[in-house]
Write a protein of this length. Structure first.
Length: 116
């Protein structure tokens, strides 16, 4: 099975922007609910945003108005546009896929680091 591959993490200044991508393959990508989660050291993994197969989105209160989740089913790719980043956003971001059968897959994570 083709893994979920995140990319786009890196160093960002407070107030800056970054776009994360999560790519995979499979004919049922368009049927899957996709999501971004993040996990800081010593803390539980938390939901950032989700997007359903129909394009319905949901966001954590902490990122509403700053982050935008989207998907391109033709490219089997999901995105997270992050604006107005702050130091609390600096952590590891994970891509999650929930298929119609209830199976869940995770990506390996991509690091977002705040610069001084």
């Amino acid at each position: 099975q083709v893994p979920l591959v995140e990319s786009g993490g890196g160093l960002v200044q407070p107030g800056g922007s970054l776009t994360l991508s999560c790519a995979t393959s499979g004919i049922i990508f368009r049927l899957n609910t996709m999501g971004w989660y993040r996990q800081a050291p010593g803390k539980e993994r938390e939901l950032v945003a989700t997007i359903s197969s129909g394009g319905i989105t949901d966001y954590a209160d902490s990122v509403k108005g700053r982050f935008t989740i989207s998907r391109d089913n033709a490219k089997n790719t999901m995105y997270l546009q992050m604006d107005s980043l702050n130091t609390e956003d600096a952590t590891i971001y994970y891509c999650r896929e929930d298929d119609p059968r209830g199976q869940v897959r995770w990506g390996q994570g991509t690091q977002v680091t705040a610069s001084a």
